[in-house]
Design a binder for this molecule. Structure first.
Ligand code: CU
Length: 355
């Protein structure tokens, strides 16, 4: 066969191949390189989102259709405890750090009403990583003190997403506590578990307040990436000691883990447990099983699942370990119930020498 004829045959075969590929992609609503064409399901009815503050998570969605979900969120500047003897003037979504947890369903039409409290010193806005659109909604939601902005978006992609303020200077707004999580449940729902918790890591760069005034952000420490505190849920001890999360032996647990940064990547680990499932980077699939430590990027998230097999205290840490033991990145889950020596027991105690 001449070279020209060979070329013609190859071209013809490629054309047929491409046609078949496009035809089957059209049939399954997937484009030829595997990126889905997101369908916009019809919207039935309307409801108000139930928002929660950490470590609580709104109840799973039982709807099997898309609806209009109204989310009412207020940015509030507020002085609260950051660590023992350290009060800090936080900037918040909803009066807490991290901000309120938002839970919607894939395909929902979300109407986000963002209010900025009257006494705020500066404008705020919101960039939700779940949003497909300019700035994740930031430009559309710039809100003056005492004002309100309204953003409407379709939750196209399922997964767990960070939201944050994106007003300039952005590091100042994030560094002061303006971040939270939004979960877009897949349209077929998530497997049921016994307990769900909201855990968000972040760090604070502290300039001590003068004459008894609350501490504020030290921009230079932020630029140098030298945090004073690294914490879960907005303050040292927020989910430790008396505030520890609680579960019973035998229960399945899902942690919605976020990282507000502003700078550090978290080596997220639970001492005394193995993550049975990890939804890496907050995506909608279990991407790995039987994981010891999972990375949670700044401005990113992950979901981890495990079963509490043994009574005792599970310790949540950033395994960049000085952050845990010297800067506050420690949380706890107190597990109560019957002992389970088949799984774990001490066989012999302190190996003291006999005299
Ligand atoms: Cu802000």
């Amino acid at each position: 066969m001449s070279l020209t004829r060979k070329f013609k045959w190859i071209s013809f075969a490629s054309l047929i191949g491409a046609t078949v590929l496009v035809a089957s992609a059209w049939r399954f609503n997937i484009d030829p390189i595997g990126i889905p064409n997101r369908d916009l399901p019809p919207i039935k009815g309307e409801e108000r989102a139930v928002l929660t503050s950490a470590p609580n998570v709104p109840a799973p969605i039982t709807r099997d259709y898309a609806t209009k979900v109204i989310v009412e969120l207020e940015t509030i500047e507020k002085t609260m405890r950051l660590a023992d003897s350290v009060d800090y003037t936080f900037w918040t979504f909803g009066g807490n750090v991290p901000g309120n947890f938002i839970r919607v369903r894939e395909g929902d039409l979300v109407e986000l009403r963002l209010k900025n409290a009257h006494h705020s010193s500066v404008p705020h806005n919101i960039d939700l990583h779940a949003v497909t659109g300019p700035g994740g909604g930031a430009a559309a939601t710039l809100t003056m003190p005492g004002g309100e902005s309204v953003l409407s978006f379709r939750a196209l992609n399922p997964g767990l997403y960070v939201y944050h303020c994106a007003v300039s200077p952005v590091p100042m707004h994030i560094g002061n506590g303006m971040y939270g999580l939004i979960l877009v449940e897949p349209k077929d729902g998530m497997p049921k578990v016994d307990r769900e918790f909201y855990v968000m890591q972040s760090e604070f760069y502290v300039k001590p307040g003068e004459k008894g005034k609350p501490a504020t952000l030290d921009m230079q420490k932020g630029i140098d990436e030298k945090p004073t505190y690294v914490v879960f849920n907005g303050s040292v001890g927020a989910i430790a000691g008396e505030n520890a999360l609680k579960a019973n032996v035998g229960e399945s647990i899902r942690l919605f883990v976020g990282n507000g940064g502003p700078n550090l990547i978290s080596s997220f680990h639970v001492i005394g447990e193995v993550f049975d499932n990890v939804y890496g980077e907050g995506g909608s699939l279990v991407s790995q099983q039987n994981v010891q430590t999972t990375l949670v990027p700044a401005g990113g998230a992950a979901m981890v699942e495990f079963r509490a097999e043994k009574p005792g205290t599970l310790v949540i840490v950033d395994h960049s370990i000085f952050r845990a033991f010297n800067k506050g990145a420690i949380g706890m889950i107190n597990v109560t119930g019957n002992d389970n020596p088949e799984v774990y027991k001490q066989v012999k105690g302190l190996g003291m020498a006999k005299h």
